[in-house]
Design a protein around this ligand. Sequence first.
Ligand code: NCD
Ligand code: ZN
Length: 343
Amino acid sequence: MKRLQLRRPDDWHLHLRDGAMLRAVLPESRDFGRVLVMPNLVPPVVTGDQAAAYRERILAALPEGQPTRPVMTLYLTETTDARDVARAAADGLIAAVKLYPAGATTNSQSGVRNIERVIPVLERMSEIGLPLCVHGEVTDPAVDIFDREAEFIETVLDPLRRRVPGLRVVLEHVTTAEGVAYVQAWENIAATLTVHHLILTRNALFAGGLRPHYYCLPVLKRARHREALRRAAVSGDRRFFLGTDSAPHPVRAKEAACGCAGCFTAPVALACLAHVFEEERALDRLEGFAALHGAAFYGVEPSEERITLEKGEPWQPPAQLAAGDDRVAVFDPGFALQWRVIP
Ligand code: NCD
Ligand code: ZN
């Protein structure tokens, strides 16, 4: 029997949705302390007032005794008011602003088309030290979907970094060797890594047939990129930390002629991560990745609480959860789970 104690992890990229879905999925993040809540609702969370109201809805849905604390983000639009952003940051309501290139992913229609229009907001954020979380993919349909992250880094992120050098940036859910290398080269940039990109390659999307539950954005990449992500995750480099990007959708919306993007990993995230870090013979690095590096980047103290992970008999998570009248499929990593968080 193997056991591992670590400070309570934080999830620095999480989709909690709203309403019945929120109530269904929030308990599944029970082992996490802080969760950075993505703002891509319909309509998106654009203003400080909207973020405050969303935070109240999350707190109202939070089961008694669950230690999870929502940390809010704002959805950057071309009409975002820099003063509103600065006020929400000063109030401690938000910890970051999220940049979605318009059309890049689920509910990103109101995102940014022309980066020039948001430069004043980014300059203000740079002054006050408020991080920009970036969905790093170009949206040009002419660019191959597997190249969109590398292309974004070259044509959008690098010019942006030179334009606003003081801006602190998180390259969210980095999926490529190019993304990892870019982050390693610059001080002001960090990256979140998801559980599913550490486990799967793009082959999983087509294993014996089309697998909609493995479709997410950025799309899964080839094995060489997964290896680069694993190296970064276990490297101890504080610029890489956990953001699960757990993104629940109703099964009917995933298993469709045009299925939507997102893997719902929250219920198995820590069990999967322990498996990956054990495979990499790096269990001693798991606490840094899941509980220390992100807190350091966001300028908060790591949790004083500890959780215990234990390796034992294989266990099966439920295949699906009910969410109102819908069901959500739980991420299947393709291996038997043996690690679990024990109370
Ligand atoms: C996310 C979602 O469903 O909101 N989907 C995804 O595939 N990751 C959006 C996102 O983070 O890109
Ligand atoms: Zn996301």
